[in-house]
Design a protein around this ligand. Sequence first.
Ligand SMILES: [Zn+2]
Length: 157
Amino acid sequence: MAEKERPTFILDGMYGSLARWLRLLGYDTIFCNDWVDDDILIATEDRILLTRDKELITRAQTRGLKVFNPGSRPIYKMLRRLQEYLGTEFILNPSKSRCSLCNARLAHAQPEEVKDRVPARSFNQFTLYWQCTNKDCRQVYWQGRHWRRIQATLNRI
Ligand SMILES: [Zn+2]
């Protein structure tokens, strides 16, 4: 699927962990923590709204917005339902990932650039790093244990 055709998402406050997942999987995702419904509906625009709030679903449908209810945990079941809805397959590719904290794109980083923000134990094991391109965030990512857990969860889908 071409980058331009990738769907973008907006998630209501119940879906914090799903929002982090979608960002790591490379999807532009707004997470509406503590937003009122009116603001969520205005911000949805061309995005797919993910919510299980029945009233919000009805209001979105009335406005002709794209809305989907991915249900509840565990996360791999939510991702599986979403994958079926989209007709796509989620692939973890760190070069496409977005920052799980702020949704900005990631960029390759040299080990020396991030050394002071990576635990020494991990730094000795890994050589490939990515860094959030948002100057106010600069979160560092590497393919450590957390990354392997994500891959294991994707394999369950
Ligand atoms: Zn970030």
